[in-house]
Design a binder for this molecule. Structure first.
Ligand code: ADP
Ligand code: MG
Length: 447
């Protein structure tokens, strides 16, 4: 049978472990010749989503090779599986029905947002704004603006205002700033500026995500300013998010800066440990999964503050649990080890030197040369220690990088640093801080 041939081919195309975990348990449901679709069933929605993301393309390739026609591969969850969708068809519809970029994410509500010291002010302001809309009162402050680092909940909170406001059937316009900009450009080209303006200036609530994208876009800033004025004059609420405090955005006109700074601004800070734990508990509840408290604490301690990352680790955890492994701290350890390894893959010594130079106020050239003042020697020791920890470079290679004659000097510096790391709390803290910075810097380069 052809399907047997396909299975054999798949075995050869995917590594054994993944094949056993994700492909072998898939049940072949149907193939529809008309729509060119092939549907598989996985044990639960998480496995289905994982397989869809990682293996649908490969499966399609193999089908194409064997049958000479390329199908669309859909992997759906088993009927009645946890996480909820009741049958394969609805699940498939869900996949087709990805929210469009201008739709509000239905799960981003106030109920699903953990309130803590790090975001308290932002939540209060968001709720006051939402209440005014529901009670059909003028916007209490304009704009409401949330700023802060990646994955801290800015979009979630902004969209929560939108979801709350919907109770009243008000007109909500939500866009990523970048999308709004592209629409603006298109509307000029296609001479549909009126329609564009109607959409943005005749709504009751305007939500614009990541306004740092305004930077340097002069023509669009003018349009944005006029949109802002039109809505503010009518006392309609505007909610914005930004990755930094708006007055620091380079290439932004003074009048926009002053408008942005003139409303209610709230910074969202990284969550503290207890908050991370509470967020994890809420996300687990949502996924109908239980986890021991010490495992939750372990994950919260190991990961830093980006909640999006915490969620992706939880998803991996759920996958691992549902394929038969036991729910133990061991799984968490494995996942985190891999996760952190992947995150740090391909960090270079140059990147490490760059970050260490910046954080210690030394020059890159000084760290790389033989400068011997105490601060420089210490910075170099840190680089060598970090290079061993975060990269695959061998000692001889590290020695060569620093122009050392042989690797014993590098080994000596490494041992000295290791000793400091174990005995001096300050040094250890500095190294941990640097690891955070280097990883962050590395990720930014990748994205
Ligand atoms: P940002 O826009 O700041 O980059 P998001 O709003 O997209 O971050 O949040 C990233 C993910 O983290 C989302 O899935 C969101 O639900 C979750 N999240 C962030 N903060 C919280 C919180 N306090 N409570 C619950 N979920 C949170
Ligand atoms: Mg966001």
């Amino acid at each position: 049978m052809q399907y047997e041939i396909i299975k054999e081919e798949l075995k050869n195309s995917i590594n054994v472990e993944d094949y056993e975990k994700f492909i072998a348990p898939l049940k072949f449901l149907t193939s529809k010749s008309k729509s060119n679709e092939v549907i598989f069933e996985a044990q639960n929605p998480f496995l289905a989503a994982h397989a869809q993301r990682n293996f649908a393309e490969i499966i399609a390739n193999v089908f194409e090779k064997v049958t000479k026609t390329r199908p669309i591969v859909q992997i759906v969850a088993k009927r009645g599986a946890i996480g909820g969708v009741s049958n394969a068809q609805t699940q498939k519809e869900k996949i087709d029905e990805k929210p469009k970029s201008h739709e509000l994410h239905g799960g981003f509500t106030f109920e699903k947002f953990v309130v803590a010291k790090s975001n308290e002010l932002a939540v209060t302001i968001a709720k006051v704004a939402a209440r005014a809309i529901i009670e059909e009162k003028p916007a209490p402050y304009n704009p409401v603006l949330f700023f802060g680092g990646v994955g801290l909940g800015k979009t979630h909170l902004m969209v929560a205002v939108g979801n709350a406001a919907r109770e009243k059937k008000v007109v909500v316009t939500y866009r990523r700033c970048e999308d709004m900009m592209n629409e603006f450009k298109r509307s000029i080209k296609e001479e549909t500026l009126d329609r564009f303006r109607n959409q943005y200036r005749n709504c009751d609530l305007l939500l614009i995500d990541d306004i740092q994208f305004l930077s340097g876009k002069e023509g669009f800033q003018e349009e944005f300013f006029n949109t802002f004025e039109a809505l503010a004059q009518k006392n309609k609420q505007i909610v914005l998010t930004c990755d930094q405090v708006p007055k620091m955005i380079a290439g932004l006109t003074e009048r926009l800066k002053s408008r942005f700074m003139g409303g209610q601004i709230a910074e969202i800070l990284p969550p503290e440990l207890d908050t991370k734990i509470n967020i994890i508990k809420l996300k687990l509840k949502d996924r109908q999964i239980s986890m021991e408290d010490d495992v939750i604490r372990y994950i919260a301690t190991k990961l830093d503050s980006n909640v999006r990352e915490i969620e992706s680790v939880l998803n991996q955890f759920v996958i691992n649990m549902t394929i038969g492994n036991k729910n133990t701290i061991e799984i968490a350890r494995d996942i985190l080890k891999n996760y952190l390894k992947e995150k740090r893959e391909n960090i270079t010594i140059d990147e490490i030197v760059g970050v260490v130079a910046r954080e210690t106020n030394c020059k890159i050239s000084e760290i790389r040369s033989k400068g011997r003042t105490a601060p420089i020697a210490k910075a170099r020791k840190m680089v060598i220690f970090l290079a061993r920890k975060l990269t695959k470079n061998s000692m001889p290679h590290i020695a060569e990088y620093f122009g050392m004659k042989d690797h014993s000097a590098a080994s000596h510096a490494y041992k000295a640093a290791e000793n400091l790391y174990e005995t001096e709390a300050d040094f250890k803290a500095k190294i941990e801080f640097l690891i955070g910075r280097i990883t962050e810097n590395h990720e930014n380069q990748l994205s």
